[in-house]
Design a protein around this ligand. Structure first.
Ligand code: NAD
Length: 351
């Protein structure tokens, strides 16, 4: 059967340095950009570890207040620090939250960002930025925020706790699944998505048993790179939209994506059969939604929205908000079916 159809493929220019010990290349990569005044970005908790990774860099100041959701006032403080220090480059070492600060600075200053990701969020591969003000989060796409260099060093992820690794890794798998059935997907992105699921599905159970397994850590970072690349150029559908709504209720990002994924896959199964077959091939099991649920259950992370702060009374409001604004999804997004999906996710039923 011939399957090629018309499509548009976009690739983003970025330089990736990958491998155990790759962080040692940080100085050479910064010099390669011609940068001489680095603003180092980290979270408070990771500040000392990040300073030691950045030893030898021409650091002019350190912004170690990166927090979740990139709040506007904290972003403004980071931007002012970059300006006052006359920085010519931002080096962000950490998860999606920390990289988000590098992007927010780049958005208004155009400074080049070097990202050293230590989770599986995939943000480093996208032109997507987000800044929150109160309960509202503004997001957008701008080529300026795409990190110019990304250094993936699995050694830096050995200390990532099992629960964070699992949720963040499942979040990356969710990027790949939605890319496989995206209305603006294409065969190249699908290759990356299937391979990303394969790498993560194999690596995550090993990491849960042995966080120090460097090979599994390497495969998980490789999978998250591919996952980030897939959402960089395709549109997300029901799963991510639902999680966005739930995030607005204060639920944690990666855990929410992980819990909702198998249920969103069940919702779309019949309408996205070819994508689901590729997920099954990547995981090596039949019945993609059930197989995804089993994979996740084996990682020991929360399986119910009720366990991560969702209240039953909010289910209906969330379902209504999710169906209000129409968006492309393989299966029509309808209230009753979305409500059932959310109820199942709330109770942690196997799809
Ligand atoms: P995170 O950056 O908040 O990190 C999760 C936790 O892991 C934190 O407690 C952090 O301190 C800890 N951590 C990170 N690296 C560690 C290490 N090496 N060892 C020990 N602990 C470590 O969470 P995340 O899941 O990486 O990112 C989520 C954020 O990224 C969300 O705000 C989301 O909106 C954003 N995101 C953006 C994009 C994009 O394209 N713009 C894509 C995906 C996610």
């Amino acid at each position: 059967m011939f399957i090629m159809k018309q499509f548009v493929y976009v690739s983003h220019p970025s330089r990736v340095v990958f491998g155990a010990g790759a962080a040692a290349q940080l100085g050479a990569e910064v010099a390669g950009l011609g940068a001489k005044r680095v603003l180092l970005i980290s979270s408070r908790a990771r500040s000392e570890a990040v300073k030691s990774i950045a030893r030898g860099l021409p650091v002019v100041d350190v912004f170690d207040r990166a927090v979740m959701h990139t709040p506007h006032d904290v972003v403004e403080a980071a931007r002012m620090m970059a300006k006052a220090a006359n920085a010519d480059c931002c080096v962000a070492v950490g998860g999606g939250s920390t990289i988000g600060f590098g992007k927010a600075i780049a958005l208004t200053s155009g400074l080049p960002v070097v990202a050293v990701p230590t989770t599986y969020s995939g943000s480093e591969m996208t032109t997507i930025w987000g800044i929150s003000e109160g309960k509202m989060k503004r997001t957008g796409r701008d080529p300026k925020v795409l990190p110019r260099v990304v250094i993936y060093d699995p050694q830096l992820t050995l200390g990532l706790p099992a629960a964070v690794s699992a949720a963040s890794g499942m979040n990356a798998i969710a990027h790949c699944v939605e890319a496989l059935y995206a209305h603006d997907g294409n065969p190249i992105v699908s290759l990356m998505a299937e391979e990303g699921i394969r790498a993560l599905a194999k690596a995550l159970p090993v990491i849960i048993g042995d966080g120090q397994n460097l090979d599994a850590r390497g495969d998980a970072l490789y999978g998250s790179w591919l996952a980030g690349s897939t959402i960089a150029t395709t549109s997300v559908a029901l799963h991510h939209k639902l999680c966005h709504v739930l995030g607005g209720l204060g639920l944690p990002h990666a855990e929410t994506h992980a819990i909702v994924l198998p249920h969103a896959m069940r919702y779309n199964y019949g309408a996205a059969l070819r994508a689901m077959k590729r997920v099954e091939a990547a995981i090596g099991a039949e019945n993609a939604p059930a197989a995804m649920w089993d994979l996740e259950a084996g990682l020991g992370i929360p399986m119910k929205l009720s366990e991560i702060g969702m209240k039953r009374v909010d289910l209906e409001r969330a379902a209504r908000t999710a169906v209000e604004a129409p968006y492309p999804n393989p299966r029509k997004v309808e209230f009753a079916a979305v409500m059932e999906l959310l109820q199942n996710a709330y109770e942690g039923k196997k799809p």
